[in-house]
Design a protein around this ligand. Structure first.
Ligand SMILES: Cc1cc2nc3c(=O)[nH]c(=O)nc-3n(C[C@H](O)[C@H](O)[C@H](O)COP(=O)(O)OP(=O)(O)OC[C@H]3O[C@@H](n4cnc5c(N)ncnc54)[C@H](O)[C@@H]3O)c2cc1C
Length: 421
């Protein structure tokens, strides 16, 4: 069948406007909605190149920073399409909740990724061969045209199509035989939607570590078909994908309890890059002030891509401005968005605002959670309580993310029903 006939009803667009404001995210959602039903299901696997992203939503950078919320995307989609017609798109949106919930209940996977990455980075200067192969890959010099093009696209735009992320990770692991953690770090440093859960667990999935023994093989025929013939790496790719050495059973841990805010006391609002929609947090009274902090530079021991860092900072800025307007409050002027140690920043905020409670959205596994965890005891010693509130959407979805995606997928209709209740 002619592949282009699949795509006839998908209008071509210019490259995506990656601006980190809620308004731009909502506009992107609005523009995509007519195609979120059967058109998405039929065409989503095609990577048409960076100048045509019309067959997918490209909402991930806005969703990752919660400039727009999953439940908003779900509700808006279901005003245009039946759940049956939009089933595929809904499932993809819930993949995010699945990965977030799964990592939250397997925190050891995140810490072992971080320590193994550090070990590999320390090894590079003394292992000339590994270092040369790694540099060749990240500098887009492998000679595998599609891989090199994706490496450049990632660095230049901060985005890659899902199918290309899968092909790229598979080639990285099985053709180039590079450690998956170095590839995950390369993605995490540059992706605008770089996310500890979706990224780390997808790389593990490609390598056969998430669904034990089930690996993902990038085939040249598949790449040629789904890039509409833009690439054809015939004869260049590994033919087999032996699963990576098993890294042991993933230990499941109970979800970290969420805190309770005493709304009778004055409190300050902390916005981080994990959640940039404070208007929808369930406050009975207004906070007395707002500050924002970002931990994007902590994504890796290596420098983080400028576009990714700017997107996260602008997302926090946008959220601060909306909080000022919504709650009729002022921002804490001396707040520095990127600070290595948050204790001093938060203490100054509490002292200047004369408050003992600082509220923020629950921070799932990742650099923000690490910054908060290390500040918490010292704040407590100064009589300042840090209150992390988990959203109802996460509270409902995460408990189903203990095994494979199927368990959560089966709950999607009930979870959607619950959003309206
Ligand atoms: C190796 C690898 C690394 C990845 N790293 C990240 C990452 O760091 N951050 C990230 O958000 N996604 C990651 N993904 C998942 C997926 O590739 C992106 O979410 C998707 O490509 C974003 O494009 P979109 O918004 O057009 O998605 P659409 O196809 O329009 O889907 C809508 C939304 O559903 C969610 N979603 C879709 N597919 C997935 C998926 N497979 N896993 C989790 N959520 C999904 C996203 O929030 C997305 O915006 C990774 C996938 C792979 C294979």
């Amino acid at each position: 069948m002619d592949q282009l006939s699949f795509l006839e009803d998908v209008p071509t667009t210019q490259s995506v406007d990656w601006v980190a404001t809620r308004q731009v995210g909502l506009q992107r959602l609005e523009n995509f909605l007519p195609r979120a039903g059967r058109t998405y299901a039929r065409t989503r696997n095609f990577d048409l190149g960076p100048m045509d992203r019309s067959n997918i939503s490209c909402l991930s950078p806005w969703l990752r920073h919660r400039l727009i919320l999953e439940q908003e995307v779900i509700s808006a989609t279901l005003t245009r399409h039946s759940l049956h017609a939009a089933e595929k798109f809904m499932q993809e949106v819930f993949w995010r909740a699945y990965f977030k919930g799964w990592l939250e209940q397997h925190p050891g996977i995140w810490s072992s990724y971080r320590s193994e990455l550090q070990r590999l980075l320390d090894l590079l200067p003394s292992d000339g061969q590994l270092s040369a192969r790694y540099q060749t890959a990240i500098e887009a010099r492998t000679g595998i045209e599609c891989f090199d093009a994706w490496a450049r696209e990632l660095v230049e735009t901060g985005y890659l199509h899902n199918h290309s992320r899968m092909w790229f990770a598979s080639i990285w692991i099985f053709t180039l035989k590079l450690p998956w953690q170095l590839g995950a770090d390369f993605f995490y440093r540059y992706l605008l939607d770089g996310d500890p859960a979706s990224n780390t667990l997808s790389w593990r999935w490609v390598g056969g570590l998430h669904t034990k023994g089930k690996t993902y093989l990038a085939r040249s025929s598949n790449i040629s078909r789904f890039t509409n013939g833009r690439f054809d790496p015939a004869g260049q790719l590994a033919a087999a994908t032996p699963p990576l050495a098993d890294d042991g059973p993933a230990v499941i841990t109970a979800l970290r309890p969420t805190d309770v805010l005493n709304q009778a006391l004055p409190y300050g609002l902390l916005i981080t890059e994990e959640d940039c929609h404070p208007e929808s947090l369930d406050f009975k009274s207004n906070p007395v002030g707002v500050m924002g902090l970002a931990a994007t530079n902590q994504r890796s021991p290596l420098p983080v891509g400028e576009r990714a860092a700017i997107f996260a900072r602008c997302a926090v800025e946008d959220a601060i401005s909306r909080a000022e307007a919504q709650f009729e409050i002022d921002r804490f002027e001396s707040s520095r968005l990127e600070a290595d140690d948050w204790t001093d920043q938060l203490t100054e905020f509490a002292t200047a605002s004369n408050i003992k409670n600082i509220v923020t959205s629950y921070a799932p596994a990742g650099p923000v959670a690490e910054r908060l965890a290390s500040a918490r005891p010292q704040l407590a010693a100064a009589g300042i309580q840090l209150v992390e509130i988990r959203r109802a959407y996460d509270e409902a979805a995460w408990p189903h993310a203990t095994k494979g995606f199927f368990k959560l997928k089966a709950k999607i209709p009930k979870l959607i029903e619950g959003l309206n209740g």
